[in-house]
Write a protein that binds this ligand. Structure first.
Ligand code: BES
Ligand code: ZN
Length: 456
């Protein structure tokens, strides 16, 4: 391990330069205009893996390609599958970035760029640690398989099928994912639970074209008002979702877990201040960490209707639409939620308005066992890389394929996040601490050593 450590020290600048190269590729998976750049992202990654002797494949799918590589099998040692994503969220709103989204820029020890933390920077920590072992020891102490996809930010639709058809190729004892955050600066964490998600778009249509709101207003239903009422009707005054059966399967928080959350060093006023709000809000009867990590929620993600230009225009819009999603917790079934939503929207739909509901991606929530030996090995590796034992947390975000990994591969999933909560993923000025980048690489290098020591 000493040679590995020295190598990591000597390669700090090179690792950063490699990361910046990947960050310059605008691999936005949601927008077809960037499809070529997503391809370039996959090609860059495969070439990079080949540059230190790993035969890497770019595997086409019906959507964006996967990148796959593996080190040689090591009899008697466990197999680790690293999962990450090279696709990124759209960079909008562009004018709120201090430096351009795809021109990585270092300020105060952070690299700013779309994908810096989510997930190019975090994902590369494992690529770099594999490189370090190969370039020094010549081999890894266990087999590492790397599966890096290009559709995480759009729901991992085609990865599901690939996984179902390639269970032998991907067979492993544990899955390693760095696509979450630490609990706070200087407080590394292992995430043992994630929320799921189900995402929709609702389009309402009223009159056959926009109307003069003075001539016609008050005599026909206004789609914008109908939309506002319908969305508001999905949640009650206590912040609870009104879809029939929505809470039926929700795994309740145990008293022990509530006590563990409460014991974490979480400063609510500071959290509110960081977000620029003067009060926090959410489901009655739950703390902020409980609301974020272990309770299902409803959010409107986008809202469109009527006149959006300069000045005032007296119009009764013909159409209104919204994108919205529910975060789900373990045992809630996205399909059942979708069925309940349709029923609730039908109740809320006023006369004179037609609706069209489109369903996007869905994924269930997950909670992983805390007594896994792989998890304990990861805790030791994090202590090596970060000089501090991790705390165990849940997170509110979703990584759709994680549940499938746990079920289809029967593997423990280790969510080892190197990011920070203020990294601005999906927002302007996304960043990643370069110190955390290097600590993450060191932790990953130690992880191969710790996992290899587990009897298999
Ligand atoms: N890295 C995030 C998920 C995440 C972020 C988990 C922070 C925990 C803490 C991931 O890339 C992501 O954003 N996923 C999407 C999935 C969705 C598009 C299906 C999400 O959660 O919105
Ligand atoms: Zn993301």
């Amino acid at each position: 391990m000493d040679d590995v450590r020295k190598y990591l020290q000597s390669q700090r600048e090179q690792f950063e330069a490699d990361l910046f190269e990947l960050l310059r590729i605008p691999s936005v998976s949601a927008d077809p205009a960037f499809a070529g750049d997503v391809q370039r992202g996959a090609a860059w990654l495969a070439d990079h893996l080949r540059s230190f002797g790993l035969p890497a494949e770019v595997i086409p799918t019906a959507g964006h390609p996967l990148v796959y590589a593996e080190t040689p099998p090591v009899p008697g040692a466990p197999v680790a599958l690293v999962y990450g994503h090279y696709d990124v969220q759209p960079p909008d709103p562009l004018d709120e970035w201090t430096s351009p989204a795809f021109e990585p820029t270092v300020r105060d020890g952070n690299v700013y760029a779309r994908g810096a933390t989510d997930d190019k920077g975090q994902m590369l920590t494992h690529v770099n640690s594999v490189q370090a072992w190969l370039e020094t020891v010549g081999k890894l102490p266990l087999q590492v398989k790397l599966l890096i996809e290009g559709e995480e930010e759009v729901g991992s639709e085609h990865l599901e099928a690939f996984l179902a058809e390639n269970k032998d190729k991907l067979a492993c004892d544990c899955v390693v994912v760095s696509d979450t955050a630490q609990f706070a600066p200087g407080v590394p964490a292992i995430t043992y639970g994630l929320r799921g998600i189900t995402y929709f778009e609702l389009k309402l249509t009223g009159p056959s074209q926009d109307l003069h709101s003075g001539v016609f207003g008050g005599s026909v239903a206004n789609p914008a008002i109908a939309l506002a009422k319908m969305l508001a009707g999905l949640i009650d005054a206590d912040g609870r979702v009104t879809i029939p059966g929505f809470y039926d399967d929700v795994a309740p928080l145990t008293d022990a877990e509530r006590a563990e959350f409460a014991a974490l060093p979480f400063d609510e006023p500071k959290f509110a201040q960081q977000l620029g709000v003067d009060a926090l809000d959410g489901e009655a009867g739950f703390t902020t960490l409980e609301r974020r990590w272990a309770r299902p929620t409803f959010d409107v993600n986008g809202l469109t209707s009527g006149y959006q230009g300069e000045g005032a225009k007296t119009v009764l819009p013909a159409r209104a639409s919204a994108k919205f999603s529910f975060r789900l917790v373990p045992n809630q079934d996205p399909a059942k939620i979708a069925a309940g939503l349709k029923q609730r929207l039908a109740e809320l739909l006023p006369a004179g308005i037609k609706m069209d509901l489109r369903e996007f991606h869905g994924a269930p929530g997950v909670v992983m066992p805390l007594d896994s030996p792989y998890l304990q090995a990861a805790a030791r590796a994090i202590e090596t890389g970060f000089d501090r034992r991790p705390v165990f947390i849940r997170e509110g975000g979703s990584i759709p394929i994680v549940n499938t990994f746990a079920e289809a591969l029967d593997a423990d999933v280790l969510l080892l996040g190197w990011g920070q909560n203020d990294d601005n993923p999906h927002s302007p000025n996304e960043k990643f601490s370069l110190a955390d980048f290097h600590r993450g690489i060191a932790a990953s290098a130690a992880l191969w050593h710790e996992l290899a020591a587990i009897d298999n």
